[in-house]
Design a protein around this ligand. Structure first.
Ligand code: SAH
Ligand code: SF4
Ligand code: F3S
Length: 443
């Protein structure tokens, strides 16, 4: 039996898809290269913006054609949908895609073995599971398999922040943190099976408050320090952090922990205090700048990235101008920016003064022009420098390897295949907005 998983959305979904693969491999399934070969096709979905959800439904339509094609060859196909769209749409999802066999939310996919058994017994059944279970899915997932030299590790899930635009608290539920020892064990297993870089994940990762072996609650800075002790772990990252939850102790970690990479994703969303308040963000622009200053004092070479939303209800030209000013003040080396998208069930969806699409597009273009040119400047300034690069896969061209710098920049280097999974010093020779090129420095 073969499976194929298509993943939409954030890194947490990438992690969940890997855990689904762990479950399936333990059941004897093997990974298929294309959906046509697969007996089981799973879509792991994202509900964050309307565009993401719409794309899902058009892709699912194509998968149904594959199911039909396989049927003509006498092969059965099970189609399942997992993730945030399922949690948000619940039973409604079967109205749009009646041909699916099961749908589970992001917190219940650990029940996949039972669900597949149920479907095997009752062929025409569509199993829907959108519980918010009392138990933690992590207690039921099998030991993680190796997922390469760079691995994600979820330490916290859910969110209590309720930003007024955001669907995540409704799809991933309230914040929960995994116990310290569970995280350490998973990290140790990853390192033993070849991982050199771990990226810790959580919707609000720095509000982590897991229990240690003695039942004492520990914070994110504690967790980072414990992880940094793991022998053989070379790089540590975390995402996504919430500005108001950056503690002084976490700031010290950036100074003290040498494997903590000098790159931090710290979403600002907007530079206007009026809009931040309407978004229910617990930080002002001023407070955000203070945190950035402290972080820069602790670690002067830290590079920042952020998420931005333009066209939030009530955003005036002046509010937007303040976002542009903040970008100039902070200076980002990378960023992600979006037009505000109304999500049913969130408070902002019914706010007055929704912004016309045309203005959102204009503002996004202006914002991105600024952000992209900053990113290009940062990349160009790297030319001539020597940076440690972790090679994580083969490049598209012959004898080319793909890797990442400490700043998460993509880099392509002419290098032999045996450099895979190694960290090597690379001299940067060229740069575009999205990637660097370089040559190996002879040691
Ligand atoms: N927990 C993270 C990531 C949440 S989703 C955080 O707080 O930063 C990733 C990004 O999507 C958000 O940071 C936000 O910029 C964007 N986003 C979320 N909801 C959105 C919406 N309704 N419309 C447009 N962008 C949205
Ligand atoms: Fe959404 Fe805000 Fe929570 Fe991030 S912090 S997941 S944007 S509610
Ligand atoms: Fe999307 Fe859910 Fe992640 S809505 S961004 S997959 S938490």
């Amino acid at each position: 039996m073969q499976y194929y998983i298509k993943t939409f959305g954030c890194q947490m979904n990438v992690y969940d898809s890997q855990r689904i693969a762990d479950i399936l491999q333990n059941m004897g399934y093997q990974a298929a290269q294309t959906p046509i070969e697969a007996d089981l096709i799973i879509f792991n979905t994202c509900h964050i913006r309307e565009k993401a959800a719409e794309k899902l439904f058009s892709d699912l339509g194509r998968i149904n054609l594959i199911k039909e094609e396989r049927k003509q060859q006498g092969k059965e196909t099970i189609i399942g949908v997992v993730g945030c769209v399922v949690q948000a749409e619940d039973e409604e999802i079967t109205k749009r895609v009646p041909y699916i066999n099961f749908a589970t939310g992001p917190l219940t996919y650990y029940r996949l073995p039972e669900i597949l058994q149920k479907i095997a017994r009752h062929k025409n059944l569509c199993v829907i599971d959108t519980d918010f279970p009392a138990e933690s899915k992590f207690d039921f997932l099998p030991e993680n398999h190796s997922h390469g030299v760079c691995s994600f590790l979820a330490v916290q899930e859910g969110c209590n922040n309720f930003c007024t635009y955001c669907i995540v608290p409704y799809t991933r539920g309230v914040e929960t943190s995994r116990p310290v020892e569970d995280v350490l064990k998973e990290a140790q297993r990853l390192v033993k099976t070849g991982t050199l870089e771990i990226n810790l994940l959580g919707q609000n990762v720095n509000s982590y408050h897991g229990e240690d072996a003695y039942g004492k609650e520990r914070d994110f800075a504690y967790l980072l320090r414990r992880l940094a002790e793991i022998d053989g772990l070379k790089r540590l990252r975390y995402t996504t952090s919430y500005p108001a939850d950056v503690t002084d102790d976490l700031i010290s970690c950036h100074k003290e922990i040498d494997i903590l990479m000098p790159y931090l994703h710290l979403p600002l969303q907007s530079g206007s205090d009026k809009i931040l308040k309407a978004m229910n963000r617990r930080h002002t622009a001023g407070r955000y700048l203070e945190i950035i200053d402290k972080l820069r004092t602790a670690k002067p070479d830290l590079g920042f990235s952020s998420d931005f939303i333009v066209g939030f209800p009530g955003e005036t030209d002046d509010d937007f101008e303040q976002t542009l000013n903040m970008i100039d003040k902070v200076g980002y080396i990378q960023s992600f920016s979006f037009k505000y998208s109304r999500r049913a069930g969130t408070p902002a969806a019914v706010f007055p003064n929704q912004i016309p699409e045309k203005i959102k597009t204009q503002r996004l273009n202006i914002l991105q022009e600024k952000l992209f040119s900053m990113q290009l400047t940062f990349n160009k300034n790297c030319i001539g420098k020597i940076m440690p690069v972790l090679f994580e896969s083969k490049g598209r061209k012959k004898e080319q390897m793909f890797g990442r710098t400490p700043y998460m920049q993509n880099i392509h280097v002419q290098a032999p295949i045996d450099t895979l999974n190694q960290i090597l010093p690379i001299k940067i020779t060229d740069a575009t907005q999205n990637s660097l090129s370089g040559i190996i420095v002879k040691q």
